[in-house]
Design a protein. Structure first.
Length: 446
């Protein structure tokens, strides 16, 4: 117990301690009992190792797994997009539960699809669609654990983490392993919700970009100009290495514009390959995204790679986005965007590109209808002349207007000596009529 002490008593106590240290080891102390002298260098505690003492290897493993869980949850909270969350969450779940087999499932319109998997059966699981009950089924042997991801407690799940061990391994500990897996699922759900809120709040830049692109596309009714603007404006929405737009008619694609190129050579093998891939996408009638040529994630991607794998490899295209331009009357064309890196377009970028494709479809239809109007070429010539005049500098336009006014005033106000003199007028009948007198005599007046 702490108490106040007089300074003189403190000095006495200190001197007494020094005297006791100077005594020999065999000297009696206190009530006569013999004590061993303790060396100043010795200590009754074990040397510090920087680690807390663990009683067993299981506790040591739990310590490492808990450390990995804490580090992983921090990484999961700082994920940049929804595409990064599933692989991080699955990796943390496997480390926290000491498993090598795991999968990440997402809800789709057709059921629950395996988005990502790890282990010997991963290639068979990815892309597989099963009901929700089968995803959440853990069995009775304790070898499977499942944790659902929901936007809030009690809400319907939108994703699930599933881990399991081989039949000859030790079963999971329900109290600890389930708690850690649930912590990973809750952190993953929070990351999904935070990303969704961030994307919803950051739509102002997307709206401004779409408004600017819409103004530029609607500024002309020239079909070729519309197509060139569309394929070049797509670069503002998503970065790509090769972009083209083609018109689709009678099952054939005619590439009319390529990003960054002034003209298109239809006989170029590269252009013909793009047209072939565009025809496939236009025939399907739905937008198609190839995330990774070497690891297709769906049946549609596998079919596409099986058909055009060699062409994609020759063009160094690892991923691609193919958007048919269609309205209620049918498919007008297709927008093709390809990149040399896998998964080049995020979900948000693909949404912007979808809106751009809808705007381009309307512009193409308007341009085609305008070309069918009588005297469209003449009206277009006057329009182009007027546009060229407006593009002149303001000083030059004012000078041209002044010259035109001066010429008009000179023609109307000055009496030019160019009149015809009527000295000997001659009258000629426009419609001769025969006249006969009813009495004899000479005509004096008509």
């Amino acid at each position: 117990m702490w108490r106040n002490m007089d300074p003189s008593e403190s000095r006495k106590s200190a001197s007494g301690a020094k005297d006791s240290v100077r005594k020999s080891p065999s000297e009696s102390v206190g009530n006569g009992s013999s004590r061993e002298a303790v060396s100043p260098d010795s200590t009754p505690f074990p040397p510090a190792t920087g680690m807390s003492p663990l009683e067993s290897s299981r506790q040591r493993d739990d310590h490492y797994r808990l450390s990995a869980l804490g580090t992983g949850l921090t990484e999961l909270a700082s994920a940049g997009s929804t595409l990064e969350i599933p692989p991080i969450a699955l990796r943390i779940a496997l480390a926290a539960t000491d498993s090598t087999n795991g999968s990440f499932w997402r809800e789709t319109t057709e059921g629950w699809e395996c988005h990502l998997a790890s282990g010997p059966e991963s290639s068979e699981l990815v892309g597989r669609v099963i009901p929700l009950d089968a995803v959440l089924d853990e069995g009775d042997d304790g070898m499977v654990l499942v944790a659902a991801l929901a936007a809030r407690p009690g809400a319907a799940p939108f994703a699930a983490l599933r881990v399991w061990r081989e039949s000859d391994a030790t079963p999971f500990r329900p109290a600890i392993d389930r708690e850690w897996l649930t912590a990973v699922a809750q952190a993953g759900a929070a990351a999904f919700v935070a990303d969704a809120r961030l994307r919803q709040a950051d739509r102002s830049t997307d709206v401004a970009l779409l408004a600017e692109m819409s103004r530029e596309i609607a500024s002309t009714l020239d079909l070729d100009r519309v197509l060139r603007l569309a394929v070049n404006l797509a670069a503002r929405a998503v970065p790509f290495d090769r972009g083209a737009i083609a018109l689709y008619e009678h099952g054939h694609c005619d590439v009319r514009a390529i990003a960054g190129a002034e003209s298109v050579d239809p006989e170029d093998p590269v252009v013909r390959d793009i047209a072939a891939r565009g025809e496939w996408a236009a025939g399907a009638g739905e937008g198609f995204y190839l995330s990774d040529r070497d690891a297709p994630g769906s049946d549609a991607e596998r079919i596409f790679v099986q058909i055009f794998g060699e062409d994609l490899a020759a063009a160094n295209a690892e991923s691609g986005l193919y958007l048919p331009l269609k309205d209620e009357e049918g498919v007008l064309g297709v927008l093709v965007l390809e990149a040399a890196e896998p998964d080049f377009a995020s979900v948000r970028q693909r949404e912007i590109t979808d809106v751009l494709a809808a705007q381009v479809t309307v512009a193409i239809r308007n341009a085609q209808l305008y070309a069918q109007i009588p005297l469209a070429a003449t009206i277009g010539a006057f329009t182009s002349r007027g546009r060229a005049l407006l593009e002149l500098p303001r000083r030059r336009r004012a000078l041209a207007a002044g010259i035109a006014i001066v010429i008009l005033a000179a023609l109307t106000l000055i009496r030019w000596p160019l009149r015809v003199v009527g000295d000997t007028p001659m009258l000629s009948a426009l419609d001769p009529v025969e006249a006969r007198a009813l009495v004899d005599g000479v005509v004096e007046r008509v």
